[in-house]
Design a protein around this ligand. Structure first.
Ligand SMILES: [Zn+2]
Length: 64
């Protein structure tokens, strides 16, 4: 009886890696790293400053 050979290679979770792929952005006023999250289905990056609550939204650029 042939053995069940499972060639399952561990694949990295792409959804978890998206946040780390977002470039950091410092607040224009406080110069502190802003909180970032993906909006619009991952098309836009929404930055929020934890100090002055300054918000900034930028469109993600597709890497070629
Ligand atoms: Zn700020």
């Amino acid at each position: 009886m042939p053995r069940m050979t499972s060639s399952s290679t561990p694949k990295p979770d792409r959804t978890a890696a998206t946040l780390t792929a977002i470039p950091d952005r410092n607040c224009t006023w406080c110069k502190v790293p802003m909180t970032k999250r993906l909006v619009g289905g991952g098309l836009y990056i929404h930055y929020t400053c934890p100090k002055c609550i300054f918000q900034h939204t930028s469109k993600r650029e597709k890497k070629r």
